[in-house]
Ligand binder design. Structure first.
Ligand code: SF4
Length: 64
């Protein structure tokens, strides 16, 4: 599973970082940084993003 933030459509609202309970999503002052090894509820975090910038891909899907 791959989780990433599409910086082109992220509006830095920080909703995802606020939803993150275990440090899996942090804002480094410039961009959202995701640590997918943290035990977050990734589906919820992806769903809360107002622009759909958080993407979850299974291993057999390619990101562009
Ligand atoms: S919730 Fe979405 S738009 Fe807001 S900071 Fe996170 S990735 Fe960016």
């Amino acid at each position: 599973m791959k989780i990433f933030c599409d910086e082109k459509i992220c509006v830095r609202c920080l909703a995802c970082a606020g939803e993150s309970e275990f440090g899996g999503v942090i804002f480094d002052g410039n961009r959202i940084v995701i640590d997918r090894t943290r035990p977050e509820d990734w589906q919820t975090i992806a769903a809360i993003c107002p622009t759909g910038a958080i993407k979850i891909l299974s291993d057999d899907e390619e990101s562009d």
